[in-house]
Design a protein around this ligand. Structure first.
Ligand SMILES: Cc1cc2nc3c(=O)[nH]c(=O)nc-3n(C[C@H](O)[C@H](O)[C@H](O)COP(=O)(O)O)c2cc1C
Length: 176
């Protein structure tokens, strides 16, 4: 697993455009980019399952099969994902709204009353997921106030349902 240092490109250093946008402006703009919703899970060092709701998930490469997501450094979970050496991306159905909210809420006992099991890579897999991608940690990159985790997909499990959608800060069902 490689950790890559931030770099300055020619474009960054030579750009006459020095202005930037505020974080809230970017958050608002990204709100109009409709995404699915995932719950990313991993095994903590003490052997207990951990997970959080994530919509920064995307695919990266088919050969090798790579996906990525980014973790807010405020969550203080970087070491957990480093030591887990992997994670599962559980793509959630619209019917799992309460689980999606539970895995984003502070102080929630997230795995209590949640059906899950240890997958082939010994990372937690959620039973309700539409699709679960078990990953080996492939690389970690700095991403400003987030850490970007890239995983190599080593196992895929398909469930059933239609996907949850996240748009302008609201959870809903995929508009079919
Ligand atoms: C729809 C949605 C998408 C989210 N996406 C991300 C994300 O991509 N990365 C992230 O770090 N937090 C994301 N969050 C926030 C985390 O779920 C939340 O901060 C996390 O559950 C905090 O976990 P902790 O209490 O264990 O630190 C998202 C929340 C919601 C509701």
């Amino acid at each position: 697993m490689e950790t890559v240092a931030p770099f300055e490109t020619e474009t960054q250093s030579d750009s006459p455009q020095t202005a930037t946008v505020a974080g809230q402006q970017l958050r608002d703009a990204m709100g109009s980019f409709l995404t699915g919703v995932t719950i990313v899970t991993a095994r903590s060092e003490d052997g207990t399952p951990y997970g959080l709701t994530v919509n920064s998930f995307n695919s990266v490469s088919l050969d090798p099969p790579l996906v990525l997501w980014s973790l807010d450094l405020k969550n203080n979970r970087t070491d957990l994902f480093r030591s887990a050496k992997g994670f599962t991306v559980n793509i959630m159905p619209a019917s799992s709204e309460s689980l999606i909210r539970k895995f984003a809420a502070a102080d929630a006992d997230r795995f209590n009353d949640t059906i899950w099991y240890w997958g082939v890579s010994k990372q937690p897999v959620l039973d309700e997921a539409l699709t679960s991608l078990e990953c080996r940690l492939w690389a970690e990159y700095p991403g400003g106030d987030h850490a970007i985790f890239v995983g190599e997909v080593i196992d895929i499990r398909h469930g059933q349902g239609s996907p949850a959608a996240y748009f302008k800060g609201r959870l809903s069902a995929f508009p079919e």
